[in-house]
Write a protein of this length. Structure first.
Length: 463
């Protein structure tokens, strides 16, 4: 279990997702940092900037009469502010000589501290004290008909602090939270589609690689539309597949050649043994040669069954091939005093198959059933349109041995002296080459083998 975290941390999808999360956290954190800095500097920088912009807006809103004198503000949006909060905010308009031409309602001696300092009339910001309260002020220049007019506006710092803290920063905090939620949603959507788009080639490659088997060694992973980062991996994988295919072909050729070369010497040995006088030693040798010849024949069949190109597919009448297999094994069944029975419910079903391969599959399954059936019992071959079954009433096998039935050279403990252990493996190869499923189940008593067309699951009812 300690390796699970490491496996998950090595996930490309997780790394991309973490990158999005980190980006979102950094973005929100940067905005929050700016707000914190703004809060820390609100007593100077924000106030100065705000009051300077405010004075410029008011200067542009001045209206003049026909004689060129300022008379009122064109924009009445802020007039209520000056009338209601005259202790905290006020404005006035001065001519070039510093004489007041227009002013808002203000507390007594509001501008006295400024007038007493005799400050030059220049655009910019300044501050002064009014009854111990810091006032931030700014002067804005307005030129009208060639004459300069100076608008001065002042706001108490405590009012600015109140506005920032109670409204602006609170709204900014709520906005930051809303921004974080929206950003999280946007990032989640972007991350989702990014992962789908980015990992789609990897999923396709994984699906293609999963389809490669000993029966499709010629298949290769497509290198088109592969991300540049994993293209070398795909190329190396294809090179490895070429080497595996070559090794597999050499192995199959060796098995086929060895089995073929052994057939002739075994046939000669058998012929020589049959010419010898009959005795116990001669019979034992003849039995051994027969057993070896059977193994060689099974190896040849297994090699042929493992190669898809050895099959010639055509439309086959299922019942006809079944009858041929039963007729072929009738003598063996009679010798074992076993009854072969055909139950045809196939409705003249036609299967797409290789005739000789289907015959071999049925022959091996029936032969295996006959060898395990008790004397006087029945082996039943049942045909249906989409599947067939072969059932005996023999001793069966332990449940844990069922997965081993189709392994090459595997034989039950009671059959160590006869059989090559390849018959069912050959059946499995034939079924896989046709796209069928071959399964075994305990039928109590005995075993049932089921060959089903693709997409059928038919073990229910044989337990």
């Amino acid at each position: 279990m300690r390796f699970v975290p490491k496996k998950h941390l090595n996930s490309i999808g997780l790394k991309i997702l973490l990158a999005y999360v980190i980006e979102m956290i950094l973005s929100v954190g940067l905005i929050a940092l700016v707000l914190v800095i703004a809060l820390a500097l609100q007593n100077n920088i924000l106030s100065e900037n705000d009051i300077n912009d405010f004075s410029g807006e008011l200067a542009e809103a001045l209206q003049f009469n026909e004689t060129g004198m300022p008379v009122q503000m064109a924009d009445e949006e802020y007039l209520w502010l000056f009338e209601s909060l005259y202790n905290e905010v006020a404005f006035r308009v001065l001519d070039q000589s510093g004489k007041v031409a227009l002013a808002s309602t203000a507390a007594p001696q509001f501008w006295s501290a400024v007038d007493g300092r005799n400050l030059p009339l220049t655009a910019g910001t300044f501050e002064f004290l009014q009854h111990g309260i810091i006032m931030d002020a700014a002067t804005a220049l307005r030129v009208h008909q060639g004459q300069n007019w100076y608008l001065q506006v002042a706001v108490s710092r405590r009012f600015m602090f109140f506005a920032h803290t109670t409204f602006a920063l609170r709204f900014a905090g709520d906005g930051l939270l809303l921004l974080a939620l929206v950003q999280f949603f946007v990032f989640a959507v972007c991350a989702h589609f990014t992962l789908i788009y980015t990992l789609r080639p990897l999923r396709k490659l994984s699906e293609s690689a999963a389809l490669i088997s000993p029966r499709s060694m010629q298949a290769r992973l497509k290198e088109d539309d592969v991300p540049t980062e994993i293209a070398p991996l795909v190329q190396s994988f294809n090179v490895a597949l070429e080497r595996l295919e070559q090794g597999y072909r050499l192995q199959q050729e060796f098995l086929a050649t060895a089995a073929h070369e052994l057939k002739t010497p075994l046939a000669l040995i058998r012929a020589q043994l049959e010419l010898m006088p009959e005795n116990e030693e001669r019979n034992w040798l003849l039995s051994d040669v027969t057993y070896m010849a059977r193994q060689v024949q099974q190896l040849l069949l297994l090699t042929e069954a493992s190669e898809v190109q050895n099959y010639q597919f055509s439309t086959i009448a299922l019942s006809k091939v079944a009858s041929e297999a039963l007729a072929y094994l009738q003598r063996m069944a009679d010798a074992a005093t076993v009854t072969l029975t055909l139950s045809d419910h196939s409705n003249a079903a036609i299967w797409q198959a290789d005739h000789s391969a289907l015959f071999t599959l049925l022959k091996n399954l029936l032969e295996n059933a006959i060898q395990h059936a008790p004397r006087g019992s029945e082996v039943r071959l049942t045909l249906y349109p989409a599947y067939l079954s072969v059932r005996d009433v023999g001793p069966g096998v332990p449940p844990e041995h069922l997965p081993q039935l189709f392994q090459r050279f595997w034989r039950g403990a009671h059959r160590r002296d006869i059989g090559a252990g390849l018959g069912l493996a050959i059946c499995q190869e034939i079924a896989l080459a046709h796209g069928w499923s071959l399964t075994a189940a305990l039928s109590e008593p005995g075993l049932v083998f089921i060959v089903a067309l693709e997409g059928e699951s038919l073990l229910t009812g044989y337990r």
